[in-house]
Ligand binder design. Structure first.
Ligand SMILES: *[C@@H]1O[C@H](CO)[C@@H](O)[C@H](O)[C@H]1NC(C)=O
Length: 302
């Protein structure tokens, strides 16, 4: 009897461990904050569909510029109107979902003018969004401490992003500062290659969109070749397939049944495959619900 009870306890703990560890296996990273109101961060994370949320974008920074967040219709960060997002960020983190600040974007105004400038920007990010304790700093997203920084550098030169990565990584102490990069799919990426080569990035989610030379366009040959020959080999803990969440979101949309049957089976074989990144929450009406990772279809709670 006692023995049976012990066996049952053991079985239950194995089940609990295998079902309750959100950091294992593949998952979905979503961009939030661009194009329109993407729903609250609380609801985004409560859907159960995502493992990473990138708050996009810190779109103006570097070279002496006054740094500015742009979260479009979601809230106005510059009048202090986004500090309430801290509650959503904390609720995401309680579910094991990592929340990153995404810097850059397609329509921002940003660049780094020197290694010193990179260090200045790193201190600004540390004090304004991460664990910095400089009490004089304004924190646009309130007191919540974000898990790290995502480099979505689409314009300008490739200079000094490696310095920024090293400086941000240098703040990892009691609490790790996670680093992510979103290079465009043509390899090597002109903006982020040097930074990625530092080996400091935990996650690289490749933008397989808005570039017909490497995104999906009726067939997945270019995408799969780029993935296998180059991207899966970059020095990062995990590599993600970045895709539009809807045809209107970006060029290179892959219908979800095609993704599940013709694309994911050829790329999810590597232990470095981290999952799928989606651009972006505003457009993700049902796409993430249909993605099959690790043989389990994601179904959001009703
Ligand atoms: C971008 O920032 C620079 C430096 O602050 C400024 O001179 C320039 O006018 C800005 N460009 C745009 C398009 O806002």
């Amino acid at each position: 009897m006692a023995c049976q009870a012990k066996a049952l306890t053991l079985l239950l703990s194995i089940l609990v461990v295998s079902f309750c560890k959100p950091s294992d296996g593949a998952g979905i990273a979503i961009y939030w904050g661009q194009d329109g109101y993407g729903g609250s961060l609380y609801d985004t994370c409560a859907s159960g569909n995502y493992r990473f949320v990138n708050i996009a974008f810190l779109s103006i920074f570097g070279n002496g510029r006054n740094p500015r967040l742009n979260l479009e219709a979601n809230c106005d960060p510059n009048a202090g109107g986004c500090t309430w997002l801290s509650n959503g960020i904390t609720s995401c983190q309680k579910q094991g979902i990592k929340v990153l600040l995404s810097i850059g974007g397609r329509s921002g105004n940003y660049s780094l003018s020197s290694a010193d400038d990179a260090i200045k920007v790193a201190y600004y990010i540390w004090n304004s969004f991460l664990g910095g304790h400089e009490s004089s700093s304004f924190r646009p997203l309130g007191d919540a401490i974000l898990d790290g920084v995502d480099f979505y550098i689409d314009t300008g030169s490739g200079l000094y992003w490696d310095d920024l990565a090293r400086a941000l990584h240098g703040f990892s102490g009691q609490r790790k500062v996670y680093l992510a990069a979103a290079p465009q799919c043509l390899f090597p990426d002109e903006h982020l290659d040097t930074a990625i080569k530092t080996g400091l990035f935990d996650y690289v989610w490749v933008q397989f969109y808005n570039n017909p030379r490497c995104h999906y366009s009726g067939d997945a040959n270019n995408l799969l070749n780029g993935w296998k020959q180059s991207w899966i080999k970059v020095q990062a803990n995990q590599v993600f397939l970045g895709l539009p969440a809807a045809p209107q979101a970006a060029g290179g949309f892959i219908p979800v049944d095609v993704l599940n049957s013709q694309v994911l089976p050829s790329i999810n074989t590597s232990p470095k495959f981290g999952g799928v990144m989606l651009w972006n929450k505003y457009f993700d009406n049902e796409y993430s619900d249909g993605i099959i990772l690790d043989g389990t279809k994601l179904i959001s709670p009703a």
